[in-house]
Ligand binder design. Structure first.
Ligand code: SAH
Length: 375
């Protein structure tokens, strides 16, 4: 048992089973034993590699997305250039490098990183380099004014709750203890959902699991309201599905643990494994548009990167590189945009949230505006 597993088992023995969201929250952010508080998850020595760590091309292309969006907004100066959950800060560093020659962009950009972990803030400060940077702990604390915000692999780390259709009605999946005192999943009957979610689950097969990410929905809603009020745009990239518009109907248990680059039992190594869940992009788009923003997508990551110029960027980098580097660049291009197993191009998606007056945004076609289903 990990130290956190013992702590959680004691707590559950005293006060009863906890929700999957509470379990995720403790595993990732427990002040002394949590995954993000105690270790360096990113990169080849960590548990997972994110797109900006695979290749500089990812951050460079998103930087160009930000610059084009800024021009489309009428080049507001100053504006807030923000990133949610920047990890090691690699993507912001690449975005800043790629936009250095866009006249006026750097002068106008007030760079703000939204990061909860003091340890990661120190690493980000080293990575980002010479451009002045500020930190805040949450979206609400961003300075006022027009906003261009990016978030990569941020929402997937936010705690989810899981609801299951049972013959007796909706139950919530909980983490409790088995007869030996080990962590084990169970169901708490009589869970309540909002009427829309309740109706969706009632129409699904018995055993269907519906995941809800309350913090993600609240962030999408706040972001939508903020963009509608002060102007701007956001790009959210993560792995996930189109929710109720997905062939799966948006049902399924997607909670997963990653431990030393391999999938792990979700309850096996609390605090020592990364825990994530697939993002329901339709739910995010719905929350943001209800709050006043316009949404585009979700679009597969591969399509977005190709439209932003991935092939051209890879070609130029390869032209100046030696044989070994050329192979690495080509491998990175395929990993970021390909659709095969182990590649990110279709598993990962991008959603753009914009001020309602913007009817176009780089990388998305006009017909890719998100529209709400009739009730
Ligand atoms: N975007 C980075 C790292 C993703 S990991 C990359 O692509 O490499 C998730 C990041 O979000 C970490 O930096 C983590 O500390 C931060 N984070 C997670 N939940 C958070 C929260 N509720 N508030 C602020 N930061 C959070």
């Amino acid at each position: 048992m990990t130290a956190l597993a013992q702590t959680l088992a004691r707590q559950i023995a005293l006060t009863g089973p906890i929700t999957v969201a509470d379990y995720m929250e403790q595993c990732l952010f427990h002040p002394t034993l949590g995954y993000y508080t105690t270790r360096e998850p990113f990169g080849t020595s960590g548990d997972f590699i994110t797109a900006p760590e695979i290749s500089q091309m990812f951050g460079e292309l998103l930087g160009l997305w930000a610059a084009e969006t800024w021009l489309r907004l009428g080049s507001p100066a100053p504006f807030v250039f923000a990133e949610l959950g920047p990890g090691r800060g690699t993507m912001m560093a690449d975005m800043l490098r790629a936009t250095a020659r866009v006249p006026g962009f750097h002068e106008a950009a007030r760079v703000v990183l939204v990061e909860a972990s003091p340890r990661l803030r120190r690493i980000q400060a080293q990575t980002v380099g010479t451009h002045p940077v500020e930190w805040v702990g949450a979206l609400d604390e961003l300075p006022a004014g027009p906003l261009i915000l990016l978030a990569n692999e941020f929402i997937d780390a936010l705690p989810i709750r899981q609801f299951v259709r049972t013959p007796q009605g909706v139950a919530e999946r909980m983490v409790g203890l088995d007869a030996e005192g080990n962590l084990a999943f169970g169901l708490r009957p009589g869970a309540r959902l909002d009427s829309r979610a309740e109706a969706r689950l009632a129409a699904a097969p018995l055993g269907a699991v519906l995941e809800i990410c309350p913090l993600g929905l609240s962030i999408a809603e706040k972001l939508g309201a903020r963009l509608a009020a002060t102007g701007g745009a956001a790009l959210v990239v993560d792995y996930g599905h189109a929710g109720r518009r997905d062939p799966s109907g948006g049902f399924g248990d997607t909670l997963q643990a990653l431990h030393r680059h391999a999938f792990d039992d979700v309850l096996a190594h609390p605090g020592e494994a990364d825990l994530t869940a697939h993002v329901d992009f339709t739910a995010l788009a719905r929350a943001a548009t209800a709050a006043g923003a316009r949404a585009f997508g979700p679009l597969p990551q591969g399509a977005l990167l190709e439209r932003l110029g991935l092939d051209d960027r890879a070609f130029r980098l390869k032209r100046g590189a030696g044989e070994a580097d050329r192979e690495m660049i080509e491998a990175a291009r395929l990993r970021l945009a390909g659709s095969d197993e182990g590649q990110m191009g279709s598993l990962f998606k991008a959603l753009a949230l914009v001020h309602p007056a913007l009817d176009m945004v780089a990388g998305f076609a006009p017909g890719e505006i998100y529209e709400e289903d009739p009730a």
